[in-house]
Design a protein around this ligand. Structure first.
Ligand code: F6R
Length: 241
């Protein structure tokens, strides 16, 4: 795993978006695995600017998102479907048919997981972007998720629901479940790029940087990946010795 420490959120976003920009220049039909949350917003903004400056195009890019809340319709402003369209897709030339986001709208969630998982089996993700939860989760794979898991429905921990409360009016509105790529799916990407900023990520980053590999901190699985890059700001790196 390659760890890059930069000053702040802006530098983290720049470093990460440059990696994706260079990939898209080299391989205009790349398949990207994408994440939501606060961490990637800055890098998505940089990619939008790179697109507007004519440096890159998304017209042949395919994307697969990590996860989606259950219990929220796509049309809800906090669904990850809405998030991705608001923060990236509506501002670049990506084709809607090339966008894949887990579909959690339906009564047979297992069938919907299987459908997404089959799509992942038929794709090769060139680069998987990740954020990290304060508890070390990746996607919505919470601590003690077996590394062998594929797309599934997870019950969110109280910690994750509290962390995500900031996007909702109250904790009662935060979904209790989410559909997520499993850790096995994530590990199949050719390259993994994790970004983290802020003090509340410091414990998880310390664990990851220690070289440990433990299901108690899901992100530590990246220590087993041949091509993982972790870009963190100084606050997130503050507990690394
Ligand atoms: C989002 C996702 C989550 C987030 C993580 C960090 O698609 O899979 O693992 O990356 O919860 O969220 P932020 O970036 O909001 O701190």
């Amino acid at each position: 795993m390659k760890l890059i420490v930069v000053k702040d959120y802006e530098a983290m976003s720049k470093e990460a978006s440059n990696i994706i920009k260079n990939l898209l220049k080299e391989k205009p039909n790349a398949t990207l695995g994408l994440a939501t949350g606060s961490s990637p917003i800055g890098l998505y903004q940089n990619l939008i600017n790179d697109y507007k400056n004519g440096e890159i195009s998304f017209k042949d890019v395919k994307t697969f998102n990590l996860d989606e809340y259950c219990e929220l319709p796509k049309s809800h402003k906090e669904s990850y479907y809405s998030f991705m369209h608001r923060n990236l897709f509506s501002q670049v030339d990506i084709k809607e048919e090339n966008v894949h986001i887990p579909n959690s709208e339906g009564s047979d969630l297992q069938a919907l997981c299987d459908e997404y998982n089959n799509m992942l089996h038929n794709a090769t993700i060139d680069l998987q972007l990740l954020g990290i939860g304060a508890n070390g989760h990746i996607g919505f794979n919470e601590p003690n998720t077996p590394f062998g898991k594929e797309t599934w429905v997870v019950e969110l921990t109280e910690k994750t629901r509290q962390d995500n409360k900031r996007f909702f009016n109250s904790i009662d509105e935060v979904p209790t479940h989410a559909m997520t790529m499993g850790i096995k799916n994530i590990m199949q990407a050719k390259c993994i790029l994790l970004v983290a900023n802020g003090k509340n990520k410091a414990e998880a980053i310390k664990m990851l940087a220690s070289g440990a590999v433990t299901e108690a901190c899901p992100a530590t699985v990246l220590n087993l990946h041949p091509n993982a890059i972790v870009i963190v700001d100084e606050e997130a790196a503050s507990l690394i010795k």
